[in-house]
Design a protein around this ligand. Structure first.
Ligand SMILES: Cc1ncc(COP(=O)(O)O)c(C=O)c1O
Length: 400
């Protein structure tokens, strides 16, 4: 048994910033444009190429990415939206921003993503569903082919909330390729697979959607003469476009990313495969170590997915353990081991509970997940010695 107290605090996830990242940011800081310069489109082009989508739109956060995605898909206050209860609140909030009606579909216990079976049950008995937002929970892709079949049959729009899953794959397709969806969204918060501090990205293969995303990201303003509605105001007496002219066509937002962030994202992207490989390696070591513990269940990864391992989550039999989750978290914290519950289901959040009166009994798998889940440290740069320390402390704390 390893006795020493771990030197540094080990959070459940964190960024990895090296000299090349710092140098890239300095380059932009010394340049003419620190925002709205060339690095935005450089990052977007590289990102689209990496995931295999036609278009990518960089924006301020993963939440902004979801919000402009809902707007670009013409969501309105009359729309009905379904998402998963086991996600960060932003996956539902994006529809609430627009005043749409939000409902939840229970998760599949085999991958903690929205259950295709439960989704079809809901689609069969519900009024028209306009949009489904699925979440690739922890970094493993949902069952996209099954969900795509339902999309075709019931004719809803589909957003993949891929904030956890950059670097992952479903079959041979990178998450973000939008092979089975209209839109895929990403976050670059420091705990995510790559970081820009705060930041987000939307990918799509649809030109019309792409053009709307661009508009909503910047106040609904266009400078493209093709889109101008007023010939009189946009042109001078010689018929030339006025150089200063712009039009606001929609109510949009300032959801722009800066060039300082974009170059960091572009540089981080070059290291993504290395990061993901390392996270998978750590997960394999954890799997082997925790499989032997009767009080812990680990997630079996589906053979048709490559997991991005944003999170590594244990399901712990707290009832049998006879220790509370909070006691375990406190104990681990005393060894400088961070842990987190991701997430408190959306139906437990006071805002949603009050507005929609969700019944816990309708979300059996989500509730079971919530009662038992604990995410433990996984990130590029977590040393082997530290992994061993985590394994040994968890196995000793979670034992009778
Ligand atoms: C699944 C999911 N969706 C959306 C978001 C929102 O991303 P951001 O924090 O960049 O706004 C997050 C981030 O926590 C997330 O985990």
């Amino acid at each position: 048994m390893i006795q020493r107290k771990n030197k540094r605090f080990l959070p459940y996830s964190k960024q990895n910033i090296d000299k090349s990242d710092i140098d890239s940011v300095l380059k932009v800081l010394k340049s003419n444009f620190i925002t709205q310069g060339p690095e935005i489109s450089n990052f977007e082009k590289n990102f689209a190429k990496y995931v295999g989508a036609k278009y990518a739109v960089a924006c301020a956060t993963g939440t902004a990415a979801l919000h402009i995605s809902c707007l670009a898909l013409n969501l309105s206050s009359k729309s009905n939206v379904l998402t998963s209860p086991i996600t960060f609140v932003a996956s539902a909030n994006c529809a609430e921003f627009i005043g749409a009606n939000v409902d939840l579909v229970d998760i599949d216990e085999s991958n903690h993503c929205m259950s295709a079976y439960e989704l079809e049950k809901k689609l069969k008995k519900n009024k028209k569903i306009d949009l489904v937002i699925i979440v690739h929970m922890a970094g493993q892709s949902a069952e996209m082919e099954k969900i795509y079949k339902l999309k075709k049959k019931y004719k809803f729009k589909l957003i993949e909330d891929s904030c956890h899953a950059l670097g992952g794959r479903y079959k041979q397709f990178k998450v973000g390729s939008c092979k089975f969806s209209d839109i895929s969204t990403f976050s670059f918060h420091p705990v995510k697979p790559i970081t820009t501090g705060e930041g987000g990205m939307v990918t799509t293969n649809n030109k019309e959607i792409y053009e709307k995303l661009i508009l909503f990201r910047t106040h609904g303003i266009t400078k493209n003469p093709r889109d101008f509605t007023s010939k009189k105001n946009s042109k001078d007496n010689n018929g030339n476009i006025n150089r200063w002219y712009y039009e606001m066509l929609n109510l949009g937002y300032n959801y722009r990313l800066t060039d300082i962030q974009a170059i960091l994202g572009k540089n981080q992207l070059t290291k993504l495969d290395k990061f993901t490989k390392e996270r998978n390696k750590i997960a394999k070591r954890y799997d082997a170590a925790f499989k032997k513990n009767d009080l812990i269940s680990i997630l079996n990864v589906k053979p048709n997915t490559y997991h991005a391992y944003h999170l590594y989550t244990l399901l712990i039999d707290f009832k049998n353990l006879k220790k509370s989750r909070n006691e375990i978290m406190e104990k681990l914290a005393s060894f400088n081991i961070g842990s987190q519950v991701l997430y408190i289901p959306i139906y437990h959040q006071p805002y949603y509970k009050k507005k929609y009166n969700f019944k816990i009994k309708n979300f059996k798998n989500s509730e079971n997940y919530y009662q038992n889940a604990l995410s433990i440290p996984i990130f590029f740069g977590l040393k082997k010695k530290e992994q061993d320390f985590i394994i040994s402390k968890i196995n000793s704390v979670i034992s009778k």
